[in-house]
Design a protein around this ligand. Structure first.
Ligand code: FAD
Length: 455
């Protein structure tokens, strides 16, 4: 750690999970200078995962989901005002109310927002919701309490599936519309997607895959139903748009930083690249908005929408913001994600979309417990456990050590003779609304550099 780096002015833009954890880690690391957190939401940091689970089930109120403070921060909070730009030469963050906040080091932690329904008129109908913020979840929970006749969920990624699950648990009629062939296919591929299809059908979801919603219909400003691309229609008084997330990078458009729809690109130490690919020592990034190279995934830049990644990356960014060159750390933790839906606990380690094959290594889908292990070119790259979370540590070790795929026997319920099949994951180069992980570099087999003797 370097003495002068422990003083000065640090500004964090984005006052949510990554921003808060970075601020706490900065103080833990001995940073004694001035700390400013800028957040465009009016609230102190809160936790998002319960919003699509306990809150929609009516088991917790959205307002009770505040993130616990781990320590006193002695920070200046600028809440309810967005950053609209950054002057990297003058080292100032520009706020929407005209204030300019000077910094010595800046952390970008502006995360993502819900992708809105593309037709603004339809999106404005009473009864159309997204779920990203405390206000979103609170309004939707209230509407579900009122007992709508049918809820339409548009998109069957993790969030859409959790919302559908909460509605079914409340006994509400639910239609789920998914453009892909199966729920969760964007994040977990076709094999696990086929299992998720059965799961939703068994829980009484009216599941419509391979279709899109072509229009939301309304009368007197209220949602009345929807039309699908196959010509069918339904009546619904609530529609939840769960089309994935958009990265909050527009405010960086004129910053000269490598920021765009795929996120803010950085090195493994969370230092942001400028548009020429040069890293700076004073601008860092962490959380959902970051794209970073990961050695386990062949140094492709990955962007994760994972709670655990936001925390781990924030801690590495904070450490590196107060450390000089040789003392800096890379952000190397193996990605991990969890979801609960339809009474099941789903957890993953690694990057399932970074795969060409998958094998059911443990358990059996019909018994509501399984471990699917993913491989890429003969090594283990991910595992997804359903009601089998205790095994993930084992598979994480296999991922970290690039163990051969398919994996050998490890557990009592190992499925002997289970044959790997294609993992059937979407092309990672295509911007998609499904996955919570996006690999945004070149695939290794698509390297563009050709070495031609004498060429
Ligand atoms: C409904 C829901 C359920 C989830 N469930 C799970 C789960 O089960 N498991 C899991 O691993 N992950 C889950 N996640 C993902 C997890 O919550 C995120 O990974 C985490 O919130 C990322 O934290 P972050 O701080 O990087 O970004 P965010 O939480 O998105 O916070 C970014 C903050 O920056 C603010 N901001 C944006 N632009 C500006 C600006 N220009 N100026 C100032 N402030 C700005 C935003 O308003 C926001 O407050 C879920 C997310 C949602 C929405």
């Amino acid at each position: 750690m370097s003495g002068d780096l422990r003083s000065g002015r640090i500004v964090i833009v984005g006052a949510s999970l990554a921003g808060l954890r970075a601020a706490e880690a900065l103080r833990d690391e001995g940073f004694t200078g001035s700390l400013t957190l800028v957040g465009d939401e009016p609230h102190l940091p809160y936790d998002r995962p319960p919003l699509s689970k306990q809150v929609l089930l009516g088991r917790a109120r959205a307002e009770e989901c505040g993130l616990p403070a781990r320590r006193a921060l002695q920070a200046r909070w600028r809440l309810g005002v967005g950053a609209v730009g950054v002057d990297t030469a003058g080292k100032r963050v520009l706020l929407a109310d005209g204030e300019q906040v000077p910094y010595d080091r800046l952390l970008i932690a502006t995360g993502t927002r819900a992708r809105p329904w593309p037709d603004p008129g339809e999106a404005a109908l009473d009864g159309v919701f997204t779920v990203r913020t405390v206000g979103d979840a609170s309004r939707l929970a209230e509407r579900l309490d009122a007992g709508p006749r049918r809820v339409l969920v548009i998109g069957a990624g993790f969030t859409g599936s959790e919302i559908a699950s909460a509605c079914r648990e409340r006994g509400l009629a639910v239609t789920v519309a998914e453009r892909g062939r199966a729920p969760l296919i964007g994040a977990l591929g076709g094999t696990v997607g086929a299992w998720a299809t059965k799961l939703q059908l068994a829980h009484g979801v009216d599941l419509r895959c391979g279709v899109t919603v072509s229009a939301l219909k309304g009368e007197n400003g209220r949602l009345t139903g929807a039309e699908f691309s196959d010509g069918s229609r339904i009546d619904a008084d609530v529609a939840v748009v769960a089309l994935g997330a958009v990265r909050n990078t527009e405010w960086l458009a004129d910053s000269g930083l490598a920021a765009g729809p795929r996120g803010v690109a950085c090195d493994a130490g969370c230092r942001v690249f400028d548009m020429y690919g040069i890293v700076s020592d004073d601008v860092f990034v962490a959380g959902d908005v970051a794209r970073f190279p990961h050695p386990l995934f062949e140094y492709q830049l990955i962007a994760l929408e994972h709670w655990g990644n936001a925390v781990a990356q924030a801690e590495v960014a904070a450490h590196n913001m107060v450390s000089s060159g040789p003392h800096r750390r890379p952000h190397l933790s193996v990605p991990a994600f969890w979801s609960s839906q339809f009474g099941l606990n789903i957890k993953s380690v690694g990057v399932p979309t970074f795969s060409d094959q998958v094998v059911i290594a443990q358990g059996a889908p019909e018994e509501r417990r399984l471990v699917a292990v993913y491989g890429y070119r003969g090594r283990v790259t991910a595992a997804v456990a359903v009601n089998r979370a205790k095994w993930l540590e084992h598979y994480q070790r296999l991922i970290e050590t690039a163990a051969p795929f398919p994996p050998g026997p490890g557990a009592a319920d190992f499925v002997d003779g289970s044959e790997p099949v294609p993992s059937d994951v979407p092309d990672p180069r295509v911007l998609s609304h499904g996955p919570t992980v996006a690999l945004t570099g070149h695939l290794p087999d698509r390297r563009l550099t050709l070495l031609r003797p004498g060429g």
